[in-house]
Design a protein around this ligand. Structure first.
Ligand code: M6R
Length: 605
């Protein structure tokens, strides 16, 4: 989704902003723009990538020690130079960047058009900057007060940074339901969608609260106001640049680095959970009769794994809802329910909204998130942090296996609280969980070469089917999502028993069918489902534990993973599927870290 970076300080803004925008590329975008201020505003906007913007700016005036930058993920109006941010007010006095959606922009635009305001773009964001100017002119208000008034008229979500050329070196920033953080340093102040764009000079951070306007002046302490212009305080926390600095290291992409980092990320999640004060959570779980898990995309697939695990080991009813559908299915939520929101970014608007709905009904909430201090972490009553480290690749890999690791720990905790497993069995599961990082490491080592080889057989396919049963069903749908996200090959995941009820009509000679076979009671059944597709001449690729015996000639390619207890399989089996999608996408020459049309953190509903 859109990314914001703004700076006011002692240094030239342009290189700082470009560097920041490059770091925000992971969020997904289709145009970029920049405005630096040196007396007047030098505005440069381009459809395409940040590098296209940089080339376009060569030889142009980009001077100034204050500036605003933006990467836009198109919502209202297509991706073109005009719709790219920053946007300016009619008089060109105000310059603004915005992330979010102004739902009532049409009504506001109509009112402004009636008052002779003209628009240069199709965006909802331009409406906001014009509205601020309208307030300034009509009521003779200061920029800050006019911004507060305009934001009170807005329905929807926003993170905005505004500069008024008549107020030297001042930046105004505000947010509601979209992320925005402020970095303070001796050399200047930063405003951004993500603290990873701050440089080493930033020494403190402010996670701006909802509907608060921050007023920043170069070299001055910031001041904060409500939208009604009443002074308020915000927490100013220490910031350590080293903790958010990321690099690809020796890897060709962030995604590959993150796949290979999983030994470490899984172990961080497990250690983090062990140190977590689980007593309070146990108390909550004690009263719970039903768990509703809500999430989107890959995080929702983690939720389905949780459904299988918690029902099996803790005998508790679990339902999984797409967060975007939750509001239509929340009628029976009650006091003995626990709603768990799972999110890598912690900023996904649908998941956030689903948790808010649950809270409004007085239901207990728990968040499993990676994004520290993220919106979802702040909403939920309790938080389990994944501690997987920043995930830059748009396709989630290490965050997924960390979610699964946290879910396994949670399953053990619920089973203990509900007394559904003997102490011996609980100890055994914990013992195996401790070995998980080593299993992950071994899986990476044994499956990379073969996944890379099998990718050659998939790269030209139009479509692929992924089949699983029991615990491997959610891994099949996640495997299919990974392939379609990064290689653009159409792929679907099904419970293998469902094949005969429709999808088998798609099976034809050489269709890649990726079947995931668990070393548990589901093995025999999925093997007979594989026979059914093989009989129709599909190209069968089996991912299985090494202790599973396959009938002869049933598979064209086999990827073996270590023989682990079946509850660890979702993590172990995901790894070859990530690698398969990765190398297929690589053969197709796709931009794996930033797949087309996708955003890392989906901050609009
Ligand atoms: O940050 P979240 O986990 O809430 O994001 C949810 C989905 O948008 C995300 O998992 C998406 O499906 C990824 N692109 C998956 O690779």
């Amino acid at each position: 989704m859109c990314g914001i970076v703004a700076y006011s300080g002692k240094n030239e803004a342009f290189p700082i902003l470009i560097n920041g925008l490059k770091k925000l590329e992971y969020r997904g975008y289709d145009s970029a723009g920049i405005g630096t201020v040196n007396g007047s505003v030098h505005l440069h906007k381009r459809e395409g990538k940040v590098n296209d913007l940089v080339s376009y700016c060569a030889g142009k005036n980009t001077s100034g020690k204050i500036g605003l930058g933006h990467t836009r993920w198109a919502t209202h109006g297509c991706a073109n130079n005009q719709n790219a941010h920053p946007h300016q007010s009619q008089s060109k006095r105000l310059t603004l960047v915005h992330n979010g959606i102004i739902e009532n922009y049409e009504a506001l635009k109509e009112m402004l058009t009636f008052h002779d305001f003209n628009f240069e773009s199709d965006t909802d964001s331009e409406v906001l900057v014009q509205l601020v100017e309208w307030y300034q002119i009509r009521y003779k208000l200061s920029t800050r007060v006019a911004l507060g008034r305009a934001l009170q008229d807005v329905q929807g979500s926003y993170a905005v940074v505004l500069h008024d050329t008549s107020v030297k070196y001042q930046l105004l920033a505000a947010r509601s339901e979209s992320p925005l953080v402020i970095g303070l340093g001796e050399e200047g102040h930063f405003v951004s969608s993500d603290s990873m764009t701050f440089d080493h000079s930033a020494k403190s951070i402010i996670y701006l609260e909802e509907k608060v306007i921050a007023e920043l002046h170069q070299n001055e302490e910031p001041a904060f106001y409500t939208l009604d212009d009443i002074t308020i305080d915000q927490d100013i926390l220490p910031f350590d640049y080293r903790k958010v600095a990321v690099s690809k290291g020796d890897f060709e992409s962030y995604t590959l680095k993150e796949i290979f980092e999983q030994k470490l990320s899984v172990s961080r999640t497990l250690n983090g959970f062990s140190n977590y004060n689980s007593e309070e959570l146990s108390k909550v779980l004690d009263d719970v009769d039903r768990i509703i898990i809500t999430a989107c995309g890959t995080s929702c697939h983690s939720g389905i794994v949780a459904e299988y695990l918690i029902e099996k080991y803790a005998h508790l009813n679990v339902e999984v809802e797409y967060a975007s559908e939750m509001r239509y299915k929340c009628h029976t939520l009650g006091k003995r329910d626990l709603v768990i929101g799972i999110s890598q970014s912690g900023e996904t608007a649908d998941t956030k909204m689903a948790l808010e709905i649950a809270k409004s009904k007085g239901v207990k909430t728990l968040a499993i998130v990676n994004g520290v201090n993220s919106s979802i972490a702040r909403i939920a009553d309790q938080v389990i942090y994944l501690k997987a480290g920043i995930e830059i690749g748009v396709a989630s890999t290490k965050a997924f296996t960390s979610q699964l690791s946290a879910i396994l720990m949670l399953t053990v905790l619920i089973a203990k609280t509900k007394n559904t497993l003997t102490q011996e069995r609980l100890d055994e599961m914990i013992f195996e969980l401790k070995k998980l990082p080593a299993y992950v490491s071994k899986t990476l080592a044994v499956s990379e070469k073969i996944a890379r080889r099998v990718a050659y057989h998939i790269a030209d396919a139009q479509s692929a089917l992924y089949l699983g049963r029991g615990l491997s069903f959610p891994i099949a749908i996640e495997g299919a999502l990974k392939l379609k996200e990064i290689s653009y090959i159409h792929a679907e995941g099904y419970p293998s028993g469902e094949m005969k009820h429709g999808p088998i009509a798609l099976v034809e000679e050489d269709l890649p069918v990726i079947a995931i076979v668990n070393n548990d009671e589901s093995a025999a059944k999925i093997i007979s489902n594989i026979q059914e597709v093989k009989a129709r001449k599909a190209m069968v690729i089996v991912v299985k534990n090494e202790d599973v015996e396959l009938p002869r000639n049933i598979a064209d390619h086999v990827i073996n993973v270590p023989a682990v207890p079946s509850y660890l399989n979702p993590i172990i089996q995901s790894i070859p599927l990530q690698l398969l999608a990765y190398y297929t996408a690589k053969l197709k020459g796709c931009n794996i870290d930033q797949p087309r049309n996708l955003a890392k953190s989906v901050t609009v509903e």
